[in-house]
Ligand binder design. Structure first.
Ligand SMILES: [Zn+2]
Length: 318
């Protein structure tokens, strides 16, 4: 925090004295005095090294090699770094019992080194002191990886599953969402591929963003009870020369995407779903709806019973 004048310092002191429970948030700035380069400031690491995006890390062996080079170069700096007066001041506040936790964007471990118990330091960007296999999740200690890499740039391979996608346990740009999504997909007992397929149905069913979590809830509810999805766009997807009208014979067309014929998800996505459709599938509204019908104004009427649904079809689709 950059203080403009003494008043600000006094105000912070007053706030701390008046508060019962304080959480401290720190970023790169607190560690620059310890000799850890600030990534963002001019001359910082980002001007020298363009950050490696998670998708680039996954796509290119050279990017994975480069990330290990940087990791071990950074380690040399971190190995000699000591906590500075900022870390020590925070540690004193923790010591008084006033501060319950320190949330940090840093991966340098200097808050822990200043005497704050591990339990009270929350590292937002993960931890750079061990590696993880992205394939099977197995934890790997860094020392053997480092030794082999520094010898002749041997790239690590997971002993558990043979995957070449090994990474320090830090969170890269573009990585946090896929990890959170993967965890959520697991909760829903769906693979990422299945999430994308279902999201493609949501994408095609509605153009109204507010409706996506509702549409998603209908599909989830149907999958849960083994009811066919009966999603019209899946009929259309498999029809060659679609003339703009779904005919009775189309509904029975047994092509592999037709969810009126086949139970469960179609064999692949029927569109390229946007992020909002994916989020809707991962976080559907909690409803008991099993049906919806277009109101012909870009929105839908949702129903829990077939009787109600039928009335709405009569009303809107005549
Ligand atoms: Zn593995």
């Amino acid at each position: 925090m950059a203080f403009a004048d003494k008043d600000d310092v006094q105000r912070l002191q007053d706030l701390l004295e008046g508060a019962e429970d304080v959480v401290i948030f720190t970023g790169a700035g607190i560690s620059t005095e310890s000799g850890i380069p600030d990534f963002r400031s001019p001359g910082g690491l980002w001007t020298k090294y363009k950050p490696i995006d998670f998708s680039d890390f996954m796509a290119s062996e050279e990017m994975r090699r480069e990330s290990w080079r940087r990791k071990f170069a950074m380690d040399r700096t971190m190995a000699t770094a000591e906590p500075n007066r900022g870390h020590r001041a925070v540690a004193r506040l923790v010591d008084t019992g006033k501060v319950s936790a320190v949330i940090t964007q840093n991966v340098d471990g200097l808050h822990q080194a200043s005497g704050i118990p591990d339990m009270q330091v929350i590292e937002l960007h993960g931890n750079a002191t061990y590696a993880k296999c992205l394939g099977c999740g197995l934890r790997h200690e860094l020392d053997p990886i480092k030794e082999a890499f520094l010898a002749d740039e041997t790239m690590p391979i997971c002993a558990g599953c043979g995957s070449e996608f090994m990474k320090t346990a830090t969170i890269s740009f573009g990585q946090s969402m896929p990890e959170a999504e993967m965890a959520r997909a697991q909760e829903l007992e769906m693979t990422r591929h299945e999430v994308v397929i279902l999201a493609s149905l949501v994408e095609k069913e509605t153009a109204a963003p507010a409706e996506r979590p509702q549409i998603a809830s209908v599909f989830h509810n149907r999958l849960r009870i083994g009811m066919k999805l009966e999603c019209d766009p899946t009929i259309v997807y498999g029809i060659e020369n679609y003339d703009g009208v779904i005919h009775k014979s189309d509904i029975r067309n047994p092509h592999p995407w037709n969810t009126y014929v086949h139970p469960g998800l179609p064999k692949g996505p029927i569109a390229n779903p946007g992020g909002e459709a994916i989020q809707a599938v991962l976080h559907p509204d909690e409803t008991r709806y099993l049906y919806f019908v277009s109101r012909n104004d870009g929105t839908h009427h949702f129903s829990t019973s077939y009787a109600e649904h039928n009335r709405m079809v009569q009303k809107h689709q005549r």
